[in-house]
Structure formats: C-alpha cells, structure tokens
Design a protein around this ligand. Sequence first.
Ligand code: F6R
Length: 338
Amino acid sequence: MEELANVDPSDMAAMVASFPLMLKATTLSNEFLSEAIRIRNQGLDGICIVAMGGSAIAGEICKEILADSSEVPILCIREYILPKTVNRRWVVIAVSYSGNTEETIAAYKEANRRECSVFVLTTGGILNQISNDLRKHMLPPTFQPRAALPIILAGILPLLETLLNLEITNLPKLSVELAKKAAGWEQLPRSPKEMAHLLKGKIPLLIGWRHLIPVAYRAKCQFNENSKVFASISQIPEIYHNEIEGTRSCIDHPISPVFLRSQEEDEKTKMGIESAAAIFQENGCHPEHLNLRFDSRIEEALGFTMYLDMVSVRLAEILGVNPLSVERIAQMKRRLRD
Ligand code: F6R
C-alpha cells in the first residue's frame, strides 16, 4: 500500500488525517476468508473479540454496527479471561496490534484450551509466533495501535460479515466518502480546532447513543492518550438515570458535556437528549451538540471517530503535550510484566 507508506508514524496529526486511507490499507486473503466460511458452515453460537485499548475499539464499533443484523451474540472482552459461555462452538477473534499485550495473549490461550475457532489479527510479537497461519491476518505495522483503528477495523469488519453471512461493506467506497466529508470540517463553525479550544481546561463528557456509544468511548481514550487529559463518557438513555442527578457538581467542576447527535435518532430519543441537555444547562454546564452529516450508520460512526480524533490532537497542540508518547501506558505494561 504505497500511499500509506508516506504517512509519518511519528506525526499523530498526519496519522489521523490518513484515517480514510487506512480504511483500505488491508485486505483479508482468500485462504483466511475460506476458513471463516468453513467455520460459518459448521455453525457457530457466538463471536467473542478479545483485545485491549486501541486494538479493542474497532471490535466495539463493529459490534454496534452489526447489532441489528447479527443472529448470534458478539462479545467484546478486555480481560485475561473469557466468560464461561464461550465454548468450542464460539469463534474468538484475538486482536493485538503489537501482538505483545498480555491480557489478549492470555485470552487467546484460553480460547485455544476451550477449542474455540480462533482468529488472530496482529502485526507481529508473541501473538504472531504462537498462532496458526491459516487463521492469522497480518496488519500493516509501524503505527501506534490507537492510530491504526481504521486498519484494524478493515480486518475485523469483513471477517465478522463473512462469519455472519452478511453483505460485505465496501470499505474503499466508504474511504472516499469519508475523505470528502472530512475535507469540509475545517470550514464548520465547530471545526475540530474550534472544538478543541472549547474543551481546553474542561473535563469532556462524551455522550453517545447506540452505534455512537463506542465512538464516545474511543474519544475518551483519545483525549486521555493524545491530549493527556481526563475525560468521561455516558450514553443515552442511561444518562437520564444517573449523571443527570450529578449535574449539581457542574458548579465546582468544569465538565463539558458533548452530545454526539445521530441522524438515526427517533423523536423520543431527540426529546430525551434535549431534556437532558436542558438539565445540564440549568445547572451551569454548557452542553455541545455535535451534528455531523453522514450517509450511513457506519459512515456516521467512523466520521465522528475521525473528527474527535482530530479534536484530541488539536487539544494536545493547544496544551503543548506530545500526542504520540504514551509513557505511562508503557510504564504500566512494564510493571505488569515484572
Ligand atoms: C497505544 C494504544 C494502547 C494499546 C493497548 C494494547 O497507541 O492505543 O491503548 O492499544 O495498550 O496494545 P495492543 O493494541 O498492541 O494490543
């Protein structure tokens, strides 16, 4: 993939800008897909994706996108262990960009012990060494795992769609559409830069609905890892039953609620969001409604993800921090190993 080779892996803004390009940066081989079809034909009871951090988000987004069409449960597990329900009639997809994440390796081993059908997506590391070639897809390396989200998604989504016998999403087309939309964002009144200025000195509270719930979570992680700030998440309609009661603390804490608004919202959802936003406002918080226009559910999920990734990098610039370094995560991994 020649164009991808021009993306500088030491420049987070450049990696985020190449989000659409990354969506078409990997293609599953025929042998790999034949394995998926063979397992589908045998019958499967569920699919469990095991991954951590940046490698886990793509699975969470795919799970929500396919929620209305999958006839078997899809679980996303960020843990060393698998739920008891995952047995030999389940497919397990282990995703670790580096291939060296101990939780994912442990869950991978456990899946093999339980004789599940295990697929692997990685760029190398231990996971590459210990896994079966036929069910392994090598992802293009060199990026930070979180920046590689579109690459990981371009591996997981067609695998899930094949296992579930669903229509395969046209990722090259999606890539073109997304690039077109992104080209207009700098001209928006709420450009990514403008949004980053608005969030400076605040605690972003990202609020999603349905397929935008994992997107809100992804944005929280990007604010943590790229901008080095604390951030929080909530979801519709759950927020009506807890956070809303905590809005009184808006007086003492600079919370900045951001509602990710979907074009798929029905009237009841719209009304609920407006009411929740009004309660935040009455208690001294100033909620933002992020409205971006997209043509499909998947485009909406990925578009919001890319836009918020850009905001997190802009915020890092404003705060004078390096969006690339993840010293504390590396330190934590060392402590877990020692
Ligand atoms: C770093 C990042 C992290 C990693 C996580 C798991 O860019 O996003 O959240 O994704 O530490 O590592 P991998 O993805 O290599 O399994």
